[in-house]
Design a protein around this ligand. Structure first.
Ligand code: HEM
Length: 722
């Protein structure tokens, strides 16, 4: 949607994201019966399909609740659901109360096991449009020029439980389900291009180490504890991934501002059977941005749902998140290396300077799920969901994953038929000969679910060569052995390059992250060992962290080859579109309402979200100039805003906290004359960069738009340094 399309014509059309229902509730309990309300305009469900992939005549509404009256699960109308059936008003409850028992029994079983990893997530529907650039290298229909493929994307954290906070320091999952005409393709990636381990057999080890300690079950959703650092300091192939986690990449500003990586090398096969090796990248149109550590910590307390709210609100407000899908392409040689980098080693990445990322299509997320459980929770991804033209390599981590996902989903989703859940149904025809099992919802016909058969007329027949999934006949030789190739022994070169490519302030964040995480460990030996590993990345980094921990730097400095850098690895120094940013506007009853409404509308027209902050809830103004107040001084914290416009001063100490945090978190602040006293009270002057005065709110916003593309006022960090 273009910015001008988003400009509202009247106050009634102004979208304030976050409304819980599709229409405002009445003050009194409604008593007049009416059909269920429709979903909100920003929401969608999976396209209605039968369990076997056919278009369903059911609409989305037809599979939601029906009718105006309360019924049992079997459709019998119920007149009272507030009182149990008792022997007299003061008597015992009767076993005969089948409605009570059905209601409580169902409730007792509402939760299913959470994912063993990536339990905490948020998802959205969208569309992928190919630009045709990959047609030369893959015959997958999803890559045909201008082909539109529906997608469902789930973002997640890895270590925490389902109820943990969004903003913890962690890797983020970035899993995309493409409902292609050739069947489902799942690209199950992360926001970090390297992984902790080189072989799937080590996955239980890293996850057991990272999860809470098994005796006290603490800490939740954290890597800052002894078992994690014990493992990663002993198992040094984890060094690169750990470093990325300790960098700003471990604290995304928003799911909308993260890169995604397929991590493994995949194989593409084209229509002539020619193969190439590829690494897949999602590049966010908004750029890659992060929270500061203090912001992440505050958010975990005041808004633990920050990332899922941000994603849903942006979509509801029409600021649809977009990513380009890109590929790095490598020749499919016998060695499967590129410029000396082993393409089968998932702890390595290939710098973009050596293999540029070529864009092959764009994904836009356009709708929120109508129901979290049925979609975000029940979706089942699997790296083995492949389509013709996209094939695997022998990366030993990928090979382990190919077993793990279906296996875990049988437990998590209660049996083998989870592919029939609405969100998992393919949009291609399904004739799989799989039968029965728990929760079978397809009604199969025929008597011969086996091949060959004659009783069902020989159906199903195998696919013709031009239609079938292509399994590349790679020649494999060698002794059966439990060992890794020698090239997998290099655990540090990628980590060194990543660290050396960061700007000084990003490097400072890395040192602070290691100091915090290791500072939370109990065992001195583990901290000492971790510092020794750090010397393999950078001597100064190791010394800074050691000094913070009060430890010596032991041993001899490791020998190192010359370090090259890659510009694509730093997040700072480029300018990005301001779309989707959140602008807080502090206003009060004295604020010029024409100026305020004009500013809110201009922010919306620029594909950003305006959140008005005031001393109380409700609205400011009336009629055409009425503006909804989204946050009060009790509910607003700086973490939520990318920039603040200050046009009021409130007699509340919390205002100074809000402004000081915004200042410390390097946010852009522009103020009108009415806002000046508030800044003065907070001790903020415009000697600092990114603190600007303007005569009106509209002029203040204009100043902000020039600065926002840099994400933060990075130069203020130096001014604030002691
Ligand atoms: C490059 C390495 C890996 C990446 C990028 C990755 C990514 C992901 C993502 C994004 C999810 C969340 C899926 C969702 O949103 O539902 C996930 C879940 C999961 N992953 Fe991985 N993973 C990796 C390695 C592994 C390995 C090596 C294993 C096991 C051998 C594994 C086992 C699992 C399991 C069991 C789940 C839960 C799936 C479910 O309950 O539906 N992962 N992974």
């Amino acid at each position: 949607m273009s910015p001008s399309e988003r400009r509202p014509e009247s106050e009634d059309q102004r979208i304030v994201p976050g409304a819980p229902g599709s229409e405002p509730p009445s003050l009194k309990e409604p008593t007049r019966s009416r059909p269920p309300l429709p979903p909100k305009p920003d929401q969608a469900g999976p396209e209605p399909r039968t369990p076997t992939g056919a278009h369903s005549s059911d609409s989305e509404e037809a599979v939601a609740q029906r009718g105006a009256r309360l019924t049992t699960a079997n459709g019998t109308p119920i007149g009272d659901t507030d009182h149990s059936l008792k022997a007299g008003p003061r008597g015992p409850v009767l076993l005969q109360d089948h409605h009570l028992r059905e209601k409580i029994t169902h409730f007792d079983h509402e939760r299913i096991p959470e994912r063993v990893v990536h339990a905490r997530g948020a998802a959205a529907h969208g569309v992928f449009v190919a630009n045709g650039a990959a047609q030369k290298i893959s015959c997958a229909s999803v890559f045909e020029k201008d082909r539109q493929t529906p997608v469902f994307v789930r973002f997640s954290t890895v270590f925490g439980s389902r109820g943990s906070a969004d903003t913890v320091r962690d890797t983020r999952g970035f899993a995309t389900k493409f409902y292609t005409d050739d069947g489902i393709w799942d690209l199950v990636g992360n926001n970090i291009p390297v992984f902790f381990i080189q072989d799937g057999i080590k996955f239980p080890d890293i996850i057991h180490a990272a999860k809470p300690h098994p005796d006290r079950e603490i800490p939740q959703a954290q890597s800052a504890h002894d078992t994690f650092w014990d493992f990663v300091s002993l198992h040094t192939e984890a060094t690169a991934h750990t470093l990325w986690n300790m960098s700003d990449r471990g604290l995304p500003r928003s799911y909308r501002m993260m890169e995604g990586f397929g991590v493994h090398t995949f194989r593409f096969v084209n229509a002539r059977g020619k193969t190439v090796l590829v690494k897949l990248h999602w590049k966010p149109k908004l750029g890659v941005h992060s929270l500061l550590w203090e912001e992440a910590q505050i958010a975990a307390g005041v808004d633990p749902d920050m990332h899922r709210r941000d994603l849903a609100d942006a979509i509801e407000a029409g600021a649809y998140p977009e990513w380009d899908l890109g590929v790095q392409v490598f020749p499919d040689t016998e060695e499967q290396t590129f410029e000396g980098i082993d393409l089968l080693d998932p702890t390595k990445f290939v710098p973009e300077e050596l293999a540029p990322v070529q864009v092959i299509g764009t994904m836009t997320l356009t709708a929120n799920p109508t129901n979290y459980f049925s979609q975000t929770e029940q979706v089942a991804f699997h790296p083995g969901h492949l389509v013709r033209g996209i094939d695997l390599t022998n990366d030993p981590l990928l090979q382990g994953r190919l077993f793990s996902y279906i296996d875990t989903q049988i437990t998590r989703l209660g049996g083998p038929n989870f592919a029939q859940l609405p969100i998992n149904r393919p949009h291609a025809e399904v004739n799989d000969m799989l039968r029965d099992g728990m929760h079978q919802t397809a009604v199969h016909s025929g008597v011969a679910p086996y091949r060959p058969n004659s009783l069902d007329g020989g159906c199903p027949f195998t696919a013709r060569p031009g239609e079938a999934l292509i399994e590349y006949p790679e020649v494999v030789t060698g002794a059966k052995t439990r060992e890794a190739p020698a090239s997998f022994d290099d655990h540090f070169s990628g980590a060194r390059m990543f660290y050396a490519s960061l700007t000084p302030i990003e490097q400072q964040h890395v040192a602070e992250a290691y100091s915090f995480e290791l500072g939370k460990c109990y065992e001195k030996t583990i901290k000492q060992r971790a510092v020794t590993v750090l010397r393999n990345i950078d001597e100064q980094l190791a010394r800074t962290v050691a000094a913070k921990l009060g430890l010596p730097v032991r041993g001899k400095e490791p020998d190192r080859a010359a370090i090259t850098t890659s510009e694509a690895l730093t997040q700072i120094g480029r300018r990005w579109p301001g779309d989707g940013r959140i602008i807080g506007i502090l206003a009060d009853g004295d604020t010029d309402l024409n100026d305020l409404t004009e500013t809110v509308d201009t922010i919306t027209a620029n594909a950003m979200t305006a959140l008005v902050i005031a001393g109380h809830g409700g609205e400011l103004g009336t009629g055409k100039n009425k503006v909804a107040i989204s946050r009060t001084i009790d509910t607003a914290r700086s973490i939520e805003f990318d920039a603040l416009l200050i046009a009021a001063t409130l007699p509340d100490a919390k205002l100074a906290v809000l402004l000081q945090e915004a200042h410390r978190h390097l946010k852009f602040i522009a103020y009108t004359p009415a806002g000046l006293p508030a800044l003065r009270t907070a001790g903020i002057t415009d000697e600092f960069d990114g603190i600007e005065s303007a005569p009106t709110l509209t002029a203040a916003f204009e100043l902000i738009t020039q600065a926002l593309p840099e994400h933060r006022v990075w130069t203020r960090a130096t001014q604030l340094a002691p």
